[in-house]
Design a binder for this molecule. Structure first.
Ligand SMILES: [Zn+2]
Length: 317
């Protein structure tokens, strides 16, 4: 199911690329090629469940884990990992290799490999569930897939080509248009003051790549879900107890849920001052303000609801 979702998200991004007036034909064609080349690495490598393949045992042959020796075990693993990484020097790049183990609840985009990776552990609630409405899967892991795809085309990822080499494939005009749009996001986020919770503004510049991806993910995932609805006229599963919610509302609800977090004030301050992601609440609120579909889906009223109608909004992808 996730494999299929990756392809549907890829298709949504391709369709949206075709509609952007700010990107010229030359740059768009190369962007589409990069998108098609982007490798999706999912769950875990096949060899780890293949009993006839001894690779996993060989890989960990030298590792000795001792009970009740937590720090020592961590040191052992760091030493082992360093040796393994150094051993790759002057060998061919494995484009399908994941830098995360299957148990990591996270996802990433690698500009050097033009690769997006979703380990097995993120394919569980609240990100994904095989038995929940498709709307929720698109709102949650669908958005994460869209987020990682967007990274391939941001300020950093966009400087690498389809093979993962640094290469400027943008025309001057498209690059300038991109910068202008990114600046809109930077200014919008920088203007958000977290007072009275924390007397600080968000740092729109340091967090720009993530914020661009947080916005792109919502447009892509919502579009991909709308396309799923068209292809599946029999409708989506109902969520017991949520009969008053439409499927589109569940989409946004599931998206918001992936960013639920409880932090101490000190930790929030740490995120705001040093992290490349912003606190979860804002990763939900600001992209929702930027996408008209949110206000429409929740029947927000002019002059009543802060989230809608959307004024001074920004959009890159
Ligand atoms: Zn990201």
């Amino acid at each position: 199911m996730v494999e299929k979702m990756v392809e549907n998200l890829r298709q949504a991004f391709r369709k949206m690329l075709a509609t952007y007036k700010w990107i010229d034909r030359q740059t768009r064609n190369i962007a589409i090629e990069k998108l098609e080349f982007m490798r999706a690495v999912l769950a875990y490598p096949d060899y780890i469940i293949d009993k006839s393949n001894p690779k996993l045992d060989y890989d960990y042959e030298d590792v000795v884990i001792e009970p009740n020796q937590f720090v020592k075990n961590i040191q052992t693993m760091i030493a082992w990992k360093t040796k393994e990484e150094l051993g790759k020097l002057n060998t061919a790049v494995d484009f399908n290799e994941s830098i995360f183990g299957p148990t990591v609840v996270n996802a990433y985009h690698s500009p050097y490999k033009n690769q997006i990776n979703f380990p097995a552990a993120i394919m569980q609630p609240p990100y994904f569930d095989i038995g929940q409405p498709t709307s929720m899967n698109y709102g949650a892991i669908g958005s994460i897939i869209g987020h990682e795809i967007s990274h391939g085309f941001d300020d950093i990822g966009g400087t690498y080509d389809k093979n993962g080499n640094i290469n400027n494939w943008w025309t001057e005009k498209s690059k300038n248009n991109f910068k202008e749009r990114a600046q809109c996001i930077i200014d919008q986020y920088s203007a958000i003051r977290l007072f009275p919770y924390i007397d600080q503004n968000l740092n729109g510049k340091r967090t720009a790549e993530e914020n661009i991806a947080d916005n792109g993910e919502l447009w892509q995932a919502f579009m991909a879900y709308k396309q799923w609805q068209v292809k599946n006229p029999q409708g989506d599963l109902r969520l017991p107890g949520f009969g008053n919610f439409t499927q589109d509302q569940l989409f946004f609800l599931a998206h918001a849920q992936t960013h639920c977090q409880i932090d101490t004030r000190q930790f929030s301050l740490h995120i705001i001052l040093y992290e490349k992601h912003i606190p979860g609440k804002y990763r939900v609120d600001i992209p929702n303000m930027n996408i008209p579909a949110f206000g429409k889906t929740y029947n927000c009223k002019r002059g009543v609801d802060r989230m809608y109608p959307n004024k001074n909004t920004c959009r890159v992808w």
